[in-house]
Design a protein around this ligand. Structure first.
Ligand code: SAH
Length: 347
């Protein structure tokens, strides 16, 4: 059985032509799937014989809501979806003034090992498929009844560790016959996998690249982010400069403020020095307290921001949403894993 929704319009058209169908059938099926059809019998403009044939060769993904939490503070919604194989993933819907934004996962778990992050504690289980990424946007829109206008790839997983799939997903979600979400409304966040950044630069997509910096010096960064031992921060800065030169697009740097670890003034000075020549934007994130982690939130966020600004950088402090519903960084999935004995999800 083949996952039909992971196919591009072209692949779908070819597959249907191979079944002796006219070319326009591909677009018909594509449109149904991207509207959220979950069964071939919903596709009423297809001949019955074709629907029956498709049922024998293809399946349609449709994640189930395993848990849904709505923040009473700000309307943020957190979904825990159960996939076909029993694995669970998280999606967060945030209601910003500039539009409804979904934060989606790219993998089940993560193998990057950042010391402060809940998503990576149990490692990576598997990559998501293009359809499983698309479904997070599609079914969040259908379930909530809210039109999604922005996507951030900042949920569980490292997008650059599953880049072929992510690129396929971008093609699908951006398609005019599908959800038609513009590249300029999409952000992709990486912990600093340099070959992925370079590949993205060559593609010249209009999306926004976010880099999880978290420390500008090798020593600190290697301590909190094992990826730095493979891709050193010096090379990462060089890749970011090249990315800007190639695409002309401003990079956003994520910086989770950790008490006594990465919140010193000299580190702000070093960030400014390394970003010279490129219009970087630093997004300071109040550290979310992860129970399993020894790190504590910094008390120097405002001072650090001022210091960055004194060098002419733009720095913002991220507003924290959904604080009452475990809305950040793998926390809901971890809770569900702990409670798996109740039989909610297998992962
Ligand atoms: N793997 C990608 C995307 C997922 S993480 C990446 O690393 O960019 C999304 C963001 O949340 C990253 O910047 C990550 O470093 C940050 N993050 C993880 N745990 C956090 C925590 N406890 N507090 C604040 N930010 C955290």
């Amino acid at each position: 059985m083949t996952d039909l929704k992971s196919m591009s319009l072209r692949e779908m058209t070819e597959a249907l032509e191979a079944l002796g169908q006219p070319a326009f059938r591909g677009k018909q099926v594509f449109t149904w799937l991207h509207k959220g059809a979950t069964s071939f019998d919903d596709m009423t403009n297809l001949p019955k014989a074709l629907r029956d044939k498709l049922k024998t060769e293809y399946y349609i993904t449709a994640p189930q809501v395993a848990r849904k939490q709505v923040s009473r503070q700000d309307g943020t919604v957190k979904y825990l979806w159960e996939l076909r194989d029993g694995n669970c993933i998280e999606t967060v819907l945030m209601r910003y003034h500039h539009g409804n934004t979904v934060c989606i996962s790219s993998q089940v778990g993560c193998r990057m090992g950042c010391a402060f992050c809940a998503s990576t504690i149990a490692g990576k289980v598997r990559d998501l498929t293009p359809s499983e990424m698309l479904d997070q946007v599609l079914f969040t829109q259908l379930d909530s009844g809210l039109e999604i206008s922005n996507i951030v790839l900042m949920g569980i997983g490292e997008p650059m560790d599953n880049l072929d799939t992510v690129l396929k997903f971008l093609e699908l979600v951006n398609h005019p016959d599908g959800m038609n979400i513009g590249m300029r409304h999409i952000s992709l966040s990486t912990c600093g996998v340099i070959p992925g950044i370079r590949r993205l630069a060559d593609l010249g997509l209009q999306l926004t690249l976010s880099v999880s910096l978290h420390a500008p010096d090798s020593e600190t960064r290697s301590r909190i982010m094992p990826v730095n031992r493979a891709y050193d921060v010096e090379d990462l800065f060089a890749a970011c400069h090249d990315y800007f030169k190639k695409t002309g697009r401003r990079i956003s740097f994520e910086y989770a403020m950790i008490d006594g670890v990465n919140d010193h003034d000299w580190q702000a000075d070093l960030i400014a020095k390394k970003l010279k020549g490129m219009p970087g934007h630093v997004n300071l994130i109040p550290l979310n307290d992860v129970v399993e982690s020894p790190f504590k939130p910094s008390k120097r966020i405002a001072a650090f921001q001022k210091r960055l600004e004194s060098h002419g950088l733009t720095a913002t402090v991220r507003r924290s949403l959904g604080g009452d519903i475990d809305a950040s960084c793998g926390q809901l999935r971890r809770k569900a894993m702990e409670e798996a004995r109740k039989g909610e999800c297998s992962q």
